[in-house]
Design a protein around this ligand. Structure first.
Ligand code: SF4
Ligand code: SF4
Length: 318
């Protein structure tokens, strides 16, 4: 039987199960998305009804105003579809040294959204864009027909505006099934070569991210009777050298209602950070957390973060 993830970390060093200090605040604007990808851990779709309101954004801005130097990582769903997206971007201007926008790219080509690439550039946002392969067939299989072409069109426009050159544009790869990503450096080289030769596209870094067995990806694994096998693969590939770097040691995730989680995956799995009375913490409680030392809520899906070269929202851990 697979040992509890927490026990594996405790064996190595009890400190690995604790928060180290806040570097990144990841804000999930909700589960509304123009796509319905098969691997989506948030189970996002055009029907997504959890949408962060302006009042929650104001509370987040208030936190940033009082805490300098925190990276703001904006995700979803499709964050750009949140009706208050531009409010968040405008109000957070100057409050964070680095603001990341996780974009599915295709939204930049939707009718009425043509302003988006230029807006991101003017606001100095770092774009972290999903592109699970450089081959059309694989991208469309995972994300839907026409997604590859739309993504390429968006990347060309971003390049034209200086992204991949004077402004940071990073791509995200995730496997098309129940297996671990290949080596990040080699994949990056392959992406760079293929995208340049076929489309003249430039980007900065490629992040490989391991699929986490929650949300729609878990449903798919269950349907094909492959969940146990995948969980076993993750556990078998546990790499002790990645354990001290798991991203929840320095990142906190906020949901559309202002509740806190150790990461977006725990958020998708419905595992909030609780106080000693079992009440979910909110953005107003985050400052208590800042000095570090708090225990992390770890579950079996956490093996995704320590398998192979490790995985986080900014790629491998080693
Ligand atoms: S993976 Fe990203 S683009 Fe795809 S449905 Fe989920 S949030 Fe939308
Ligand atoms: S899934 Fe989240 S809580 Fe678990 S190890 Fe990874 S980052 Fe930490």
């Amino acid at each position: 039987m697979t040992p509890p993830f927490r026990d594996r970390l405790l064996e190595l060093n009890p400190e690995y199960c604790t928060f180290r200090g806040l570097r990144t605040l990841q804000v999930n604007l909700g589960n509304l998305c123009n796509l319905s990808c098969s691997h989506c851990h948030m189970t996002a779709s055009p029907d997504g009804a959890h949408i962060m309101g302006l009042h929650v954004m104001t509370r987040i801005i208030n936190f940033l105003r009082h805490h300098e130097g925190i990276v703001l990582d904006i995700t979803g769903g499709c964050p750009e579809l949140n009706p208050y997206f531009t409010e968040l971007i405008q109000q957070s201007s100057g409050l964070s040294p680095r603001r990341l926008l996780r974009s599915n790219l295709t939204i930049m080509t939707e009718p009425g959204m043509e302003w988006l690439p230029r807006y991101c550039q003017e606001q100095g946002l770092v774009i972290v864009a999903s592109l699970p392969c450089y081959r059309e067939k694989n991208v469309d299989a995972q994300r839907g027909r026409g997604v590859y072409d739309a993504s390429i069109a968006a990347l060309k426009e971003l390049n034209r505006l200086g992204y991949g050159d004077t402004q940071e544009l990073n791509l995200v790869y995730n496997p098309g099934g129940a297996y671990l990503p290949g080596a990040q450096e080699q994949l990056e080289e392959a992406y760079r070569g293929e995208l340049a030769s076929r489309h003249g596209i430039r980007f900065n870094k490629l992040y490989t991210i391991t699929n986490v067995p929650i949300g729609r990806f878990r449903d798919e694994l269950e349907k094909s009777d492959a969940l146990e096998q995948y969980l076993q693969l993750l556990a078998d590939q546990f790499n002790p050298d990645t354990a001290h770097e798991i991203m929840c040691r320095t990142l906190v995730s906020v949901d559309w209602q202002g509740h806190l989680y150790h990461c977006d995956f725990n958020q998708a799995a419905g595992l909030p950070i609780l106080n000693s009375n079992g009440i979910p913490l909110t953005i107003e409680d985050l400052h208590h957390f800042l000095p570090g030392g708090a225990d992390l809520f770890l579950a079996q899906h956490c093996y995704s973060c320590t398998a192979g070269a490790g995985s986080s929202c900014t790629g491998t851990l080693m």
